[in-house]
Design a binder for this molecule. Structure first.
Ligand code: ATP
Length: 189
């Protein structure tokens, strides 16, 4: 059977990065994060090749034309994608591959024969999501609005039984993390 890939999705600010940071800190050699490509500018502290592979729109378009992506999508004016190479790199290091992707990417991966499990990370409410995103202090007012505008549709998609293998409501972070670990280890064994 092909190597298992775990996929986290959910609206911006739902807590995907926070959960994955905890997972990688607790199990540094067990899991590997497939580093996505993006045309968006790095946020302060984001390292190229670690947070994302930061590329120009022209480089991104060339990779699309070259069929290098498993999935890719444009979101708030920036392109994001996961290359076959990024996933292969994790698998070849003997680690379990984890992806954090947009809904369009989820739909694309569902059409492939990848052995993937889908984890919907859901905020407790739109109000909490809005507060957390604002407190993160990473977005311009326009970007914040664009992310919140998309959130209702993303939550509606995530709530479809066919979209996810597990839905985790990220209210208390420790409880959400315990659910994530429990699910992933059950799937591995
Ligand atoms: N359970 C929680 N309780 C309180 N704050 C939280 C919780 N989970 C995450 N946060 C905070 O909410 C903000 C958004 O979380 P995070 O950056 O992990 O979201 P994300 O889903 O990865 O977003 P994006 O898709 O934009 O990368 C962060 O500042 C994080 O510290």
């Amino acid at each position: 059977m092909a190597a298992l890939i775990s996929i986290l999705f959910g609206p911006s600010g739902s807590g995907k990065s926070t959960l994955l940071t905890k997972l990688f800190a607790e199990f540094p050699s067990k899991f590997g994060f497939s580093v996505s490509h993006t045309t968006r500018a790095p946020r302060s502290g984001e390292v190229n090749g670690t947070a994302y592979n930061f590329v120009t729109p022209a480089e991104f378009a060339a990779a699309v034309a070259n069929n290098e992506f498993i999935e890719h999508a444009t979101f708030s004016g920036n392109s994001y994608g996961t290359t076959v190479e990024a996933v292969r790199r994790v698998a070849s290091s003997g680690r379990i591959c984890i992806l954090d992707i947009e809904i369009e990417g989820v739909k694309q991966i569902k059409k492939t024969d990848l052995n993937a499990r889908f984890v919907f990370v859901c905020p407790p409410s739109l109000e909490v999501l809005s507060d957390r995103l604002a407190a993160r202090n990473t977005e311009s007012p326009e970007s914040l609005k664009a992310r919140l505008d998309r959130a209702s549709d993303e939550i509606a998609y995530g709530n479809l039984a066919s979209s996810h293998d597990i839905k985790i409501v990220n209210d208390d972070i420790d409880a959400a993390y315990a659910q994530l670990k429990d699910f992933i280890f059950k799937e591995i064994n």
